[in-house]
Design a protein around this ligand. Sequence first.
Ligand code: ATP
Ligand code: MG
Length: 438
Amino acid sequence: MDMITQAPRGTLDVLPEDSHKWQYIESTALSIAQDFGFREIRTPVFEHTNLFQRSVGETTDVVQKEMYTFEDKGGRSITLRPEGTAGAARAALEHGLLNSALPVKVSYVTSCYRYEKSQKGRYREFHQFGVECFGAAAPQADAETISLALLILKSLGLENVKLHINSIGCPTCRARYHEALRAYFEAHKDELCGTCLGRLERNPMRILDCKSPVCHELAAKAPVMIDYLCDNCAAHFEAVKGCLDAAEMPYELDTHIVRGLDYYTRTVFELVAPNGLVVAGGGRYDGLLQELGGVAQPGLGFAMGLERLLMVMEENGCHFPPAPKCELYFVSMGTKAVQQCFAMATKLREGGVAVECDIVGRSLKAQMKYADKLGARYTVVVGDNELETGVAQLKDMTTGESEEIRLDDSLYTTLYRKSLDRELAGMTNLFGSVAEIG
Ligand code: ATP
Ligand code: MG
């Protein structure tokens, strides 16, 4: 089999016809997060392996089965990031971000790498939009983070995504829960998968997140953390729910959410699409920064799977802005015309107009055909005659109508005025329909 022209399993190419959708999703998410005070952070694709072992957790599926780990030429163990929180936390500690005013709020768009069985909505390279908020302990921080995730989805046209929340407590109340869980799974020891047998002693909560069907079935009937919360954790959870209620944000208590990463404490949540896919997940991780050798500061965040988000948006008929189109195509005939068109295109491009001209050497007819294929809004044919008179025909490709224009700086003004007219017409339509509704 020819491997050279085939991407590795579990990876996706974003082709030019779709890239504007990605740009739209990413810029929408980043800009809404910015309104909440989150500023973008960019961290490396690879980190030292022990960063993820420490933060994500030794007993998790991610660390035990899914990481892309290799030794670099200097003999270091390196891992491609399986998620974004660890790198953001590492960078925040390394650069002392927590030494200034708290909280510190960061956002990111990153690629992530997990060696998983590839299937619908599950890839080996995937992308996340995520945020992290360091140094905010109050329950309203949890509600704010959740509301950010919801607002991003709403702004993208997804209002039918369900919010599932749970609390998985703190190390104090969890000790008692671990005992109950151990006792439960101990009684079903023969049925557990090999990995979970090992987890039984070290971290029985991880069994709840196991994907093997038998463990999954056992987990469904296991004791739930919410029944074991200490007073502080219970009060925190009540206060989070109080904020969500006050803002009329509907949620469902899902006592089975445990999340696949070890660092979570207290509030955890998932956003579930109508097709059942989890498009975002997150929660609080009050022990993480200290676990990484940093300050004892709380933290929380979420990550949204962008491939899943795009898939769900398409399934739900969400609106995307149109793909960018060519505004003006210069059809040129003859060497002089080619040069003149190139000069005019250069000027117009400096002014921010989307202009193209022939760079293949096609015939007049073939250039017109190509301009049509591009979806160019206008064409101008420039030949000897037009060069001589300095006047040409600006053809509107949608109506087929032509008007006379001068081949000088006024071309820019003409195009600009036309784009303003269109924008105005669009606004009139919009306000017209708003008036109808109102
Ligand atoms: P799942 O339970 O589906 O495996 P997870 O708990 O491992 O998800 P997180 O680590 O919380 O996922 O990552 C946050 C989001 O990233 C998920 O909600 C999902 O949208 C997305 N995601 C996670 N793993 C993948 C993957 N292999 N391919 C595509 N998207 C993914
Ligand atoms: Mg997973």
